[in-house]
Design a protein around this ligand. Structure first.
Ligand code: SF4
Length: 104
């Protein structure tokens, strides 16, 4: 499996969140945060847009880090949504934005 293919099948290499992170591009972070906020009906700030990729060691978006059930399952962790979302319940619906990310 290619390292930049997320456990869910997304192509992290083409994800604008990752591109913004790799190039430390704040304008792109703002664009992605605005788009994902609109798509999910929750506030996602540019500061949340930091991710090097699902299966790459390093920073992740809060959703991909601890809320995505596919990633948690793949990592062999029991997924506890209530605990995972504690303090950040606004992103429970974030997966809707995944449709904007590139797939293979
Ligand atoms: S936000 Fe998700 S899809 Fe984008 S690089 Fe991070 S893990 Fe991959």
């Amino acid at each position: 499996m290619k390292n930049y293919i997320a456990y869910c099948g997304l192509d992290c290499e083409s994800c604008e969140a990752r591109i913004a992170t790799i190039h430390n591009n704040d304008a792109l972070r703002e664009k992605v945060a605005r788009l994902w906020s609109e798509l999910n009906g929750v506030e996602i700030t540019p500061e949340m847009i930091n991710c090097v990729g699902c299966r790459i060691d390093g920073v992740k978006t809060p959703y991909c880090e601890s809320l995505c059930p596919i990633r948690q399952c793949a990592l062999g962790k029991a997924w506890r949504p209530a605990e995972a979302a504690a303090g950040w319940s606004a992103v429970k619906s974030w997966p809707r934005s995944l449709g904007t990310m590139p797939r293979l």
